[in-house]
Design a protein around this ligand. Structure first.
Ligand SMILES: NC(=O)c1ccc[n+]([C@@H]2O[C@H](COP(=O)([O-])OP(=O)(O)OC[C@H]3O[C@@H](n4cnc5c(N)ncnc54)[C@H](O)[C@@H]3O)[C@@H](O)[C@H]2O)c1
Length: 445
């Protein structure tokens, strides 16, 4: 007789970019999954075998899992052995200029919603990106809701009814299904027994290593990874400012500096977008404001970048009579359709608000422009017609379609190249930018 594997019934709470792929991958490993989401549309779509987000391979996986009866969605939590919480953790900014603070209300609501169905022996894993101390806080919220059960508190190894751990998610959009299985996991239990329980769960579907630490270190690990990226990008962006001031080609400068065996400077750009790198460093700053000076400054450097690019465009436009401007790219990174927190969107919006000239936007990954741009009379254009009509081209994203161009497409135009695309076209490079490949931030071809 086959023995039942541990954790055969799992509830994933929050079925977005992280939760839904996680639920589908668990189901693909033969685990009975109940997905929970407060969005009726998401629940209905999933139960019909459809998906409401874009991620390669996910539609087929969800359809199979739902068809096999291994994945089903609900608006309210039901009993399970493991609860994986993957709800949003945005930040709040009360007043302009104030340090943003993390909004933990989604985690609190999710925890309070699962509390009534918890039973001794269950495991609760917080996967949402969280400021230090959130996992302990979540345990306290659960304890307040369920006085009849014993929940773990920090640094105590006394017996508990419910195990709790933080395991931050580090997948890359576009590669989520592979990375969910292959990436190493940081497993931070509120006690050693909590970590053991969480490792036993992840071993059911993760091929990467499960590396054990405590919950607070796990929380800070994830934030540190993104703060590190943000700070390094800020350094490149600051070098771009310095080079512009001193009339030096930043791309050539970085290419030369990177010839040093222990130097690896990233590329400057129009700013930092997305929901992780531009958000997570604030969780460190708000919890250690005196200490996190560099991290805070990096955020400021990257956040002011779109305004700087807008000023550069304005300067170029000022010298031209009734110019047509084309913005190439709106997404927050290449080859995706996600415009949320995108510096390219921010720049296009600011240009539309401040310039009285024809503004074209090219974004090959969407079917129509967002309403905010339409209302400002921005015209959705395809790449060929935008290049035929524009006097000024602002390159904001290095989508693969733009990498197929050659420099003659930009002849006799003013080009503000925030991605170092032109030098790559010169060199016939079609892929990832070489760090510091030659080129100019602002150029007239
Ligand atoms: N998207 C990424 O690439 C990524 C990568 C690593 C980590 N993260 C982190 O993972 C977490 C989730 O991010 P996401 O991108 O999946 O967010 P998302 O907005 O795509 O999805 C969150 C889902 O949670 C649902 N929800 C909100 N409150 C709920 C509640 N009380 N009960 C049930 N469902 C609820 C929402 O309706 C939504 O469908 C965040 O902390 C994020 O920072 C995201």
């Amino acid at each position: 007789m086959s023995r039942k594997l541990p954790y055969s019934r799992v509830s994933v709470v929050g079925l977005g970019y992280i939760g839904l792929p996680t639920a589908a991958v668990l189901a693909a490993h033969g685990i009975d999954v109940i997905g929970v989401d407060i969005s009726k549309e998401a629940v209905n779509a999933i139960n019909a075998g459809r998906i409401h987000i874009v991620e390669p391979g996910l539609a087929a996986l969800v359809q199979r899992a739902v068809g096999a009866g291994l994945l089903r969605a609900a608006e309210k939590p039901e009993a399970a052995e493991v609860f994986v919480i993957a709800v949003p953790t945005p930040f709040l900014q009360d007043t302009a200029g104030a340090t943003p603070t993390p909004d933990l209300n989604y985690i609190r609501a999710a925890a309070e919603s699962i509390a009534p169905v918890l039973k001794p022996g269950d495991l609760v894993i917080l996967e949402s990106t969280s400021p230090v101390g959130t996992t302990e806080q979540m345990s306290q919220w659960l304890q307040s809701a369920r006085g009849d059960l014993v929940f773990p508190q920090r640094d105590t190894n006394s017996p508990v009814d419910i195990h709790i751990a933080h395991c931050p998610e580090r997948v890359l959009p576009g590669r989520v299904l592979e990375e969910l299985v292959e990436n190493d996991r940081i497993v931070g239990g509120l006690s050693a027994a909590c970590s053991d329980a969480a490792v036993a769960f992840y071993r059911r579907f993760v091929r990467g290593n499960c590396i054990v630490t405590d919950a607070r270190t796990a929380e800070l690990t994830k934030l540190t990874e993104n703060a590190f990226r943000d700070t390094n990008i800020a350094f490149a962006n600051e070098m771009a400012l310095i080079c512009n001031h001193l009339n030096i080609d930043v791309w050539e400068l970085i290419r030369l500096a990177n010839r040093h065996p222990r130097v690896d400077i990233l590329n400057p750009g129009p700013g930092v977008g997305g929901h992780c790198i531009a958000v997570d460093p604030w969780f460190i700053v708000s919890s250690a404001p005196e200490q996190a000076q560099l991290i805070k400054q990096a955020r400021t450097v990257n956040d002011t970048r779109p305004t700087y690019i807008v000023e550069q465009v304005q300067r170029v436009v000022h010298s031209l009579k009734n110019p047509v401007i084309a913005c190439l790219g709106l997404a927050f990174k290449p080859d995706i359709d996600d415009l949320r927190e995108s510096p390219a969107m921010q720049i296009t919006l600011q240009l539309a608000k401040t310039l009285c000239c024809e503004l074209l936007a090219v974004e090959p990954n969407i079917h129509c422009l967002p309403r905010t741009l339409v209302e400002l009379a921005v015209e959705f254009a395809d790449l060929d017609s935008a290049l035929a009509r524009a006097d000024v081209v602002v390159i904001l994203v290095d989508h693969k379609e733009f990498l197929q161009l050659n420099t003659t497409h930009f002849s006799h135009k003013s080009v503000i190249d925030t991605r170092g695309l032109l030098p790559r076209l010169d060199n016939g490079e079609r892929g990832e930018p070489q760090r510091g490949s030659r080129g100019l931030l602002t150029d007239t071809v």
